[in-house]
Design a protein around this ligand. Structure first.
Ligand code: SAH
Length: 349
């Protein structure tokens, strides 16, 4: 047993089975043994890869998008450029490089705030973005003010609860012990009659809370938020909890703290929380539609123009990975929320 598995087994022996959100938060964020606390999980040699790690073009296009938002905000001379869960800092580095080129005044006006709990990734971010950024554990600690906020594959890592219906009754899914090993099970009956047997419903109070915090900031100051994640635009039943290790799915209780634990973002619920807090939310769109509208093909063609044959082939593969329907293009969605009264940022609305 790993030290984290032993710790979890001890907690379960003392307190009983753990809710999925508690299990997720301990696996990912345990102060000594948590997955994100102990490693940089990104890249070919890690456990998973994200869009900014696939190609610089992803961050470039978010940078161009952000400049459009800044114009719609009236080009404030000071605003917060916030990123939630910046990973290796690649996306923010690509955004900053792009805006310095296309809108130097944006780059001067922006104060960069990175919300990150992992010390290992904070160090990577420092190397990528430079000392000029400020780091925070939580969005609540970022100073209030006009804001452009970006979150790519952040919400999927925030814990969820799961409920499942069997034999006509709902129970909460939990992680308990079976023969001394961690094992998925269910707790006592909870009230509820909707749905049908076999349904699994997911709730993410922690995600809703962060979305409400974003929404209330947008209600008070000019700005916009761009949330990018894999998931569904409309709430639906289904078990989307998954563990990934070395680019493969593994059982969620097999190697706690050694695998990335995520679940699909429910964009309808995020939109609801943002709206409730006072922001204006545009209909979501797929990553494919967003990137094509932002000029993905033109930018790749430009890069290919100067490249040798091998690089051209690599670039084609990267573009396909970001935007093809069968790859990240359709699974990943974008949600844009703005301050009330602001014009809708292209290409939303
Ligand atoms: N956005 C990056 C990384 C995605 S991985 C990219 O696209 O490559 C998820 C990121 O969220 C990591 O940086 C992880 O350390 C961070 N993270 C996870 N849980 C967090 C939390 N509760 N608060 C802040 N950051 C968190």
């Amino acid at each position: 047993m790993s030290p984290l598995e032993q710790f979890l087994a001890d907690v379960i022996a003392l307190e009983g089975p753990l809710r999925i959100d508690r299990y997720m938060s301990l696996c990912l964020g345990h102060p000594r043994h948590g997955y994100y606390i102990t490693r940089d999980p990104l890249g070919d040699k890690g456990d998973f890869i994200t869009a900014p790690e696939v190609s610089q073009v992803f961050g470039e296009q978010i940078g161009v998008w952000a400049v459009g938002v800044w114009s719609a905000m009236g080009q404030p001379q000071a605003f917060n450029l916030v990123e939630l869960g910046p990973g290796r800092g690649t996306l923010m580095a690509d955004v900053l490089r792009t805006v310095r080129k296309v809108a130097p005044a944006f780059a001067v006006a922006a104060s960069v705030h990175l919300v990150e709990t992992s010390p290992v990734l904070r160090q990577k971010q420092r190397e990528a973005v430079g000392e000029a950024a400020t780091w925070h554990d939580r969005l609540e600690n970022v100073p209030e003010g006009p804001m452009i906020l970006i979150a790519n594959e952040f919400f999927d890592a925030i814990p969820i609860r799961q409920f499942e219906r069997r034999a006509g009754v709902w129970r909460e899914r939990v992680v308990g012990l079976a023969d001394g090993r961690l094992s998925l099970g269910v707790g006592g009956i909870v009230p509820g009659t909707m749905g049908k047997d076999g349904d699994v419903l997911e709730f993410a109070p922690a995600r809703d809370e962060i979305a409400r915090e974003i929404g209330s900031r947008l209600a008070a100051h000019a700005g916009a938020a761009l949330i990018i994640d894999y998931g569904h635009l409309h709430t639906a039943a289904g078990d989307t909890l998954q563990a990934m290790r070395e680019h493969r799915f593994v059982p969620v209780t097999e190697t706690p703290g050694e695998a990335d634990l995520t679940s699909h973002a429910d964009f309808e619920k995020l939109a609801h929380a943002l709206t409730e807090a006072g922001a204006v939310v545009q209909p979501g769109m797929t990553q494919r539609d967003f990137l094509l509208a932002m000029g993905l093909e033109q930018r790749f063609a430009q890069l290919q123009g100067k490249a040798d044959a091998a690089t051209r082939a690599t670039l084609s593969r990267q573009m396909a990975r970001l935007a093809d329907e069968a790859q990240m293009g359709n699974l990943f969605k974008l949600l844009c929320a703005t301050a009330p009264g602001m014009s809708t940022p292209y290409p939303f609305g």
